[in-house]
Design a protein around this ligand. Structure first.
Ligand code: HEC
Length: 157
């Protein structure tokens, strides 16, 4: 059993080293980074809004922005490490404690955004009609962004 024991010791030592490394990330930096990231999602959605409301750009631009949102959705969960919630830090953040109470559902909402954005991209690849694209944009806002925000985001002033 010596072998098992030393393997265990090795693993335990590994955990001891890994834990403080993960904890070292500065919550203020992470919060800043994720708020910028979220603004970036808003800018991508803005490409669709400009097309629908002002006739700026093309449906292909809208589709590209939607694909970008779909890809970036995969980065959301990593931007919310433990210890960065509004109940834990004295920094302005709208990240509600529910994120860490039900991490599987939070991850499912991020996945939901990816799916909603992909459907929207497909729509913008199949039509140039601003009314149809407008309806798709509203659906993405509701089923992608809003579905997560409703439960997990506190609006800041
Ligand atoms: C899986 C959950 C989730 C999804 C999906 C999501 N968000 Fe967020 N969003 C959050 C949370 C949580 C915050 C609060 C972050 C903070 O303040 O630290 C936030 C904050 C924001 C903010 C405010 C940023 C700031 O400067 O304070 C904007 C803007 C935003 N989201 C836009 C979007 C848009 C647009 C989409 C869809 C394209 C989207 N979000 C999808 C969870 C999500």
């Amino acid at each position: 059993m010596r072998c098992t024991k030393s393997l265990f010791t090795l693993l335990a030592a590994g955990l001891l080293i890994a834990a403080p490394l993960a904890a070292q990330a500065d919550p203020a930096e992470i919060i800043d980074e994720r708020q910028e990231f979220m603004k970036g999602l808003g800018q991508q959605l803005g490409v669709a809004r400009s097309y629908v409301q002002d006739g700026e750009g093309t449906a292909a631009d809208v589709a590209e922005a939607a694909r970008t949102i779909a890809e970036r959705a995969g980065e959301i969960v990593a931007l919310f490490p433990e210890g960065t919630g509004m109940h834990e830090v004295d920094i302005e953040t709208g990240a509600r404690p529910e994120i860490w109470e039900d991490p599987d559902d939070f991850a499912a909402k991020a996945e939901g955004l990816s799916e909603a954005a992909t459907s929207f991209a497909e729509l913008a690849e199949s039509t140039e009609d601003p009314a149809e694209i407008g309806a798709g944009m509203a659906a993405l806002g509701r089923d992608g962004c809003g579905a997560c925000h409703r439960t997990y985001r506190e609006e800041l002033d």
